[in-house]
Design a protein around this ligand. Structure first.
Ligand code: ADP
Ligand code: ADP
Length: 228
């Protein structure tokens, strides 16, 4: 689904963030990307979305070089959930979730139904929360809106960059369960970045361990425990 072939990234200031990364994310899997701060996780995610370009190497999606996609086509097909809660403060929850589907010219009726279903899926009450402003929701609820906003337009790929880092442990645990369930229900390809080993092991079909810009291990959680 997503492949990195010999991808290297050196930033203009000379920092080498990634070294010869080879990685294949399979269709329908939840891959967790784990490693200490600065090991290159965010750089990898931003590259998939073409926010940052590799210095060398190739990235493909559906066997096609990402450079060959129209940028909108590429980004609409990727849901991106950021670490910081990034809802537009002057827009209601419903308006926030509707941005990409509206650009894709979804019918109003289909969109309203879809938003209701998504909100229920993550434990928000459509009737109660739809018209609220982000500031009227708790941090955990806002983070859930961030997650379903990424899902709204039905992308094939979802990238999540430490989406729960700002949350308290209880909300965090609940959201982990939600993500796991979501992924089983909708069978999306998800790359989930974290620096929390427990979270990586609990969530991932496979766990990709990174260190200083390199992939040092890539395996199922079971095998990672067996082969420390
Ligand atoms: P992680 O997400 O694992 O914390 P990043 O991908 O953010 O890691 O960063 C990888 C490395 O690249 C770090 O050493 C970081 O300081 C560096 N880096 C990230 N963005 C830039 C940039 N725009 N310019 C220079 N160096 C950067
Ligand atoms: P922008 O969002 O700035 O329009 P583009 O995706 O059009 O960015 O690419 C800007 C430049 O980066 C182009 O010269 C393009 O060839 C190069 N580039 C884009 N994607 C990649 C990639 N995956 N690997 C190497 N270079 C790339």
């Amino acid at each position: 689904m997503i492949t990195f072939t010999d991808v290297t990234k050196t930033y203009p200031d000379g920092t080498t963030a990634l070294k010869n990364i080879d990685l294949e994310v399979q269709k329908g899997e939840l891959l967790t990307l784990i490693g200490p701060s600065g090991c290159g996780k965010t750089t990898m995610m931003k590259m998939v979305n073409r926010l940052i370009h590799p210095s060398a190497g190739t990235i493909t999606i559906h066997n096609k070089d990402i450079r060959e996609y129209n940028i909108h086509e590429l980004r609409w097909n990727i849901g991106y959930v950021l670490q910081e809660i990034a809802l537009f403060p002057h827009m209601t929850i419903e308006e926030n979730i509707s941005i990409v589907p509206e650009m894709k010219k979804w019918k109003k009726k289909d969109l309203t139904k879809r938003i209701g279903e998504l909100m229920e899926m993550v434990g928000l009450e459509p009737e109660k929360h739809r018209k609220r402003m982000p500031s009227e929701l708790s941090g955990g609820q806002q983070q859930r809106v961030g997650v379903i906003r990424a899902l709204a337009a039905d992308p094939d790929i979802i990238l999540m960059d430490e989406p729960f880092s700002a949350l308290d442990p209880i909300s965090r645990e609940q959201l982990q369960k939600d993500i796991r369930q979501l992924q089983q229900e909708i069978q999306k390809t998800i790359v989930f970045v974290t620096h929390d080993m427990d979270e990586a092991m609990a969530l991932g079909d496979r766990v990709c361990l990174m260190k200083e810009g390199e992939v040092i291990q890539l395996d199922t959680p079971q095998n990672l425990i067996l082969k420390p």
